[in-house]
Design a protein around this ligand. Structure first.
Ligand SMILES: [Zn+2]
Length: 422
């Protein structure tokens, strides 16, 4: 039995802490909203960010950083559109198996509302690809693969987890690109990716050949979507981003407010990672606040509203896109949460294309109870379930058996590695 009497003292202390932190967060949110009014009236803010020369958010040219846009209605929105999404999953190699092969499965979903003549209303499917350890070129830093090395070493050298991740990203991007070419309908197509468009993992986590191949695939994807005039967005649920708030913190510096460059103290402290700002620093008052908290306060109730595009000064984007335009983000009230939407400049600089994207996102979130249905369906199409995985290994063992290779029964450790993954 729980002795509540014994707990009550601790609960009282904790409750007081919760109330204190809620109050301070409320004060911060009020201060952030007030700072939006200050920042949107600073004509030199964008130039000051550019002069700072670090990667961070800045007002897009000609855009009011505090503006919001209402949900498109049937009158001003677009009823007919085509929406495409891709996602990927994998069967990781089982290093205890004689043939530690892996499978990449790229899934897709495509819906057409008011389909043009001869076009399908809905397409769902997946494109699997087998990755045997020898099928990928080893990265330069990998040890050479000896003919008689054991399966573990072979697998580790040829198919490490970052190679698998890279190959999965390449498969997703190439599939998205192919769908845009084969299935895109001019002037009405929206393509959604699950996760950030500024895929910093490509630059930070992937190395050597893996990075080169992934960047090349992303550039092909960007070029095709750009040329086809497709509205593209990366959709991020439960975002923890602070870029918009960082721009507001930048604008708190009195030097910036006076139309000059950031003061030396702010220059050193503003982007100091997770370190708490020095007490008294100009930018300290808004530290720790998240963009979605600010967006929640700025967006009118009722769902479907979005914030204005904020541009990102991003070296990562320049690298992975091959310098095709720039990238930015906005926040959308889906009805159940505030989602972050990352958008390339060729989408937001074209008013009809941006309206199409906004309308499609609202419609998709309405169908998917707060999450775009097309992304949920692409995920379902990509996912490899435990039964599929077992079937893959059964077929693999039968094939090896036909070649006279008898496989040892799969070890308990091997079995445990084969959990469902998406
Ligand atoms: Zn300052």
């Amino acid at each position: 039995m729980l002795d509540l009497e014994a707990l009550i003292g601790e609960m009282q202390v904790q409750a007081a802490d919760v109330v204190r932190s809620a109050r301070s967060s409320l004060r911060q949110r009020e201060a952030a909203t007030a700072q939006v009014a200050v920042a949107r009236a600073l004509p030199g803010l964008r130039d000051a960010v550019l002069a700072f020369a670090r990667d961070m958010a800045m007002p897009a040219v000609g855009r009011d950083l505090g503006a919001v846009a209402p949900p498109p209605t049937p009158e001003n929105g677009l009823l007919d559109y085509t929406v495409i999404a891709t996602d990927g999953s994998q069967v990781a190699p089982d290093y205890h198996h004689i043939a530690p092969w892996a499978v990449i499965n790229a899934g897709y979903a495509l819906f057409r509302f008011g389909p043009p003549a001869g076009r399908a209303r809905c397409r769902l499917g997946s494109v699997p690809r087998l990755l045997a350890p020898g099928s990928a070129e080893p990265t330069p830093q990998d040890p050479g693969i000896e003919a008689d090395s054991d399966a573990d070493a072979l697998a580790a050298a040829g198919l490490n987890s970052s190679r698998l991740e890279a190959q999965r990203l390449v498969a997703e991007l190439d599939l998205a690109r192919k769908l845009v070419m084969d299935e895109g309908d001019p002037g009405r197509t929206v393509l959604l990716l699950d996760g950030p468009l500024v895929q910093w993992r490509m630059i930070t986590a992937l190395k050597g050949v893996d990075q080169e191949q992934t960047v090349a695939a992303f550039r092909r994807f960007v070029q095709t979507c750009h040329e086809a005039g497709v509205a593209v967005a990366g959709y991020i649920s439960r975002s923890r981003a602070v870029e918009w708030v960082t721009l507001l913190r930048f604008s708190l510096c009195p030097e910036v407010q006076a139309g000059r460059a950031l003061c030396p103290t702010c220059r050193n402290g503003l982007l100091a990672g997770y370190a708490a700002p020095a007490p008294g620093a100009h930018h300290a008052p808004l530290a720790g606040l998240r963009d979605i908290e600010l967006a929640r306060d700025l967006l009118p109730a009722g769902g479907g509203w979005r914030t204005e595009i904020i541009e990102l000064r991003s070296a990562t984007w320049q690298t992975i896109s091959g310098g095709t335009g720039t990238v930015g983000f906005c926040y959308l009230d889906t009805g159940t949460e505030i989602a972050r939407v990352e958008v390339p400049s060729w989408t937001w600089e074209h008013p009809e294309r941006m309206a199409l994207l906004h309308a499609a996102l609202c419609d998709q979130c309405e169908s998917g109870a707060g999450y775009p249905l097309v992304l949920a369906e692409a995920h379902e199409a990509a996912v490899v379930r435990a039964a599929d995985r077992e079937m893959f290994y059964t077929v693999l063992e039968r094939l090896l058996g036909e070649h006279g290779v008898t496989t040892v029964s799969r070890s308990a450790k091997g079995e445990s590695k084969r959990r469902p993954a998406a």
